[in-house]
Design a protein around this ligand. Structure first.
Ligand code: COA
Length: 260
C-alpha cells in the first residue's frame, strides 16, 4: 500500500510511523486510519521490526483527533460504523505482539489522545496537551477513550476529563499516569529512541509475554489474569533466551538475546 497520509521508515529495528498531515494537525481522516491499519500489520509481520514509535509530523500536534468535517456527515448508523472503525484500528495497535510507543509532540486531542492511549507507552514533549473534548462537540469519545482512560488514570479522573473536555498539560499527564515520561521537545526523538532501545535490549519473547499478561490479564478477573501469568511464565522456559538470560547472570556477563 502506498502511503500519502503517514510515513513509515525502519531504522535499528524501530518502525517510525509518522502521521503526516501537519497542516491539518495530523487529524485522523478515514484514509489515514486505513494507512495506519496497514502500517500496524507491517510492524506485526516484519521480523526486522522489534518495536514501533508513532508520532506526528511538525512541532504542533501529535493529532488533533478525528476529522470533524468527516464526522459531521455521520448519521446514527454510519456514526456507529465510524466509531467501530477507529476502535478496530486502535485495538490492533494495542494488541500487536510488539511494543508501540506514542511520541506525543503537541496536541493529542480526541482520537489523537485515544491513539496515544492505545499505544503500549507514552512519552510527551513539554508542550504536549491532551484532551478528550468530544462533549464540546455534542459527542462522546468514540475510538476507545471511554474504556482506556479510566484504566489508565482511574474512573474519577477519567469522568472529570471526559465530562468537561478540559485540557491536560504534559506535567498533569505525567502526574496522573497518562504519560510515562515528559522531555523537552528538542530532545523528544532521541529520548524516545533511548526508551525504545532500553526495551529492545531485553529478551523479546519475555517482553511480548509480559505485554500479553498485562493487557489481556487486565480484561478478566484477577484469577484469570494470574492463570495467564503462570502460563506465560512457564512458556518462557521453552525459549533459549530464558536459558541464556539466567546463564549470563550466573556467569556475570551481559546476556545475548536472539528472540528464540
Ligand atoms: N478536524 C478537522 N480539522 C481540524 C481538526 C479536526 N479535529 N483540528 C484542526 N483542524 C484543522 C483546522 O480546521 C485548521 O484547518 P484550516 O487551516 O484549513 O482552517 C487546521 O487544522 C489548523 O487548526 P487550527 O484550529 O487553526 O489550529 P489552532 O492552533 O488554532 O488550534 C486546536 C488547535 C487543536 C486547539 C484546534 O484545532 C481544535 O480544537 N481542534 C479540534 C480538536 C477536537 O475537537 N478534536 C476532537 C474531534 S472528535
Amino acid at each position: 500500500m502506498e502511503y500519502t497520509n503517514i510515513t513509515y521508515e525502519v531504522t535499528d529495528r524501530i518502525a517510525w510511523v509518522t502521521l503526516n498531515r501537519a497542516d491539518k494537525l495530523n487529524t485522523l481522516t478515514n484514509a489515514l486510519l486505513f494507512e495506519l491499519c496497514d502500517a500496524a500489520f507491517k510492524v506485526q509481520n516484519d521480523p526486522g521490526v522489534g518495536l514501533a514509535i508513532i508520532t506526528g509530523a511538525g512541532d504542533k500536534a501529535f493529532s488533533a483527533g478525528a476529522d470533524i468535517a468527516e464526522l459531521s456527515r455521520c448519521d446514527a448508523t454510519s456514526g456507529t460504523v465510524q466509531s467501530r472503525r477507529g476502535q478496530d484500528v486502535f485495538d490492533l495497535i494495542e494488541t500487536l505482539w510488539k511494543p508501540v510507543i506514542a511520541s506525543v509532540n503537541g496536541y493529542a486531542f480526541g482520537g489523537g489522545c485515544e491513539l496515544a492511549m492505545a499505544c503500549t507507552l507514552r512519552v510527551a514533549s513539554e508542550n504536549a496537551v491532551f484532551a478528550l473534548p468530544e462533549v464540546k462537540l455534542g459527542l462522546i469519545p468514540g475510538y476507545g477513550g471511554t474504556q482506556r482512560l479510566p484504566k489508565i488514570v482511574g474512573r474519577g479522573r477519567a469522568l472529570e476529563y471526559i465530562m468537561t473536555g478540559r485540557r491536560i498539560d504534559a506535567q498533569e499527564a505525567l502526574r496522573v499516569g497518562l504519560v510515562n515520561r515528559v522531555v523537552p521537545q528538542k530532545n523528544l526523538r532521541e529520548e524516545v529512541e533511548k526508551f525504545a532501545k532500553e526495551i529492545l535490549a531485553q529478551a523479546p519473547i519475555a517482553v511480548r509475554y509480559a505485554m500479553e499478561a498485562v493487557n489481556r490479564g487486565i480484561e478478566g478477573s484477577p484469577k484469570e489474569g494470574q492463570m495467564l501469568e503462570s502460563t506465560y511464565f512457564g512458556l518462557c522456559f521453552a525459549t533459549g533466551d530464558t536459558k541464556e538470560g539466567m546463564r549470563a547472570f550466573v556467569e556475570k556477563r551481559p546476556a545475548k538475546f536472539e528472540g528464540k
